[in-house]
Design a protein around this ligand. Structure first.
Ligand code: KIV
Length: 267
């Protein structure tokens, strides 16, 4: 049995100055590949709603969706620390619901930690969940579940007042007990300031190079999502033409009768 990474390993990486690698993942085969490559943290993000299920945003994602995809990833028995996103309305309404839903992602999904969007406004929720021994990753800055409040997916913290508010959010989630915090869509200099001030690791997405770690959406780095192309994404592969080529060849061979051959058939 492989020894899985714990939140202590992740926190030690900040102390040791070792960068933390994190990717989203929603299924078993990809989790196997990612883990074999040595990823530190796997996030079952509610981005599953956009890049996998085809919604326009993450708001329709349900607890059932998150549990289903978390189970699929956990079945790969990754060494990486598995974090599951708490979807919209699973933690904002009341503390009991927040605790029960966080608990379901651990108990039914098999995750080791949950992620919650928000800063000072969710500090009490983070306290309530960590008080029942469920580790929490906070997520501040551009928080996709706040799409309508932000008026779109916009970089946050650009002016002085917003930057001070984000610093206050970062301090609040750390004090509330979060063991790490995702910084999304904020200026690199502000992310550097937050990273230097906090004792917990910061994991950036569109937050520059100074964060303690980085996270990206797997479909984005593989060139599988054409819906949007944020500046912070780097495509490490272009898999869409590779997949299209395989499917086109299959269709062609079926049509012309060259598949299946004897080798693909039973006697
Ligand atoms: O849902 C998600 O994939 C995320 C990451 C982009 C941080 O929250």
């Amino acid at each position: 049995m492989k020894k899985a990474k714990t939140i202590l390993d992740i926190q030690k990486m900040k102390a040791d100055g070792e960068k933390i690698s994190m990717l989203t993942c929603y299924d078993y085969p990809t989790a196997r590949i990612m883990d074999d490559c040595g990823i530190d943290m796997i996030l079952i993000g509610d981005s599953v709603g956009v890049v996998y299920a085809g919604y326009d945003n993450t708001l329709p994602v349900t607890m059932e969706d998150m549990i289903y995809h978390t189970r699929a990833v956990v079945r790969a028995q990754p060494r990486a620390l598995v974090v599951a996103d708490m979807p919209f309305l699973s933690y904002q309404t009341d503390m009991v619901a927040a605790r029960v839903n966080a608990g379901r992602l651990i108990k039914d999904g098999g995750a080791a930690a949950v992620k919650i969007e928000g800063g000072e406004n969710v500090a009490a929720v983070i306290e309530a969940i960590t008080a029942i021994d469920i580790p929490v990753v906070a997520h501040i800055g551009l928080t996709p579940q706040s799409l309508h409040r932000m008026g779109g997916y916009r970089v946050q913290g650009r002016n002085h007042e917003q930057a001070e508010r984000l610093l206050a959010d970062a301090r609040a989630v750390q004090s509330a007990g979060a063991f790490a915090v995702v910084l999304e869509g904020i200026p690199a200099a502000l992310a550097a300031r937050i990273t230097a001030e906090l004792t917990i690791p910061t994991i950036g997405i569109g937050a520059g190079p100074s964060c303690d770690g980085q996270v990206l959406v797997i479909h984005d780095i593989l060139g599988l999502c054409e819906k949007y192309a944020p500046k912070f994404v780097k495509r490490y592969a272009e898999l869409k033409p590779v997949i299209a080529q395989a499917i086109t060849s299959y269709i062609q061979e079926v049509k012309e009768g060259s598949f299946p051959t004897e080798g693909n058939s039973f006697n």
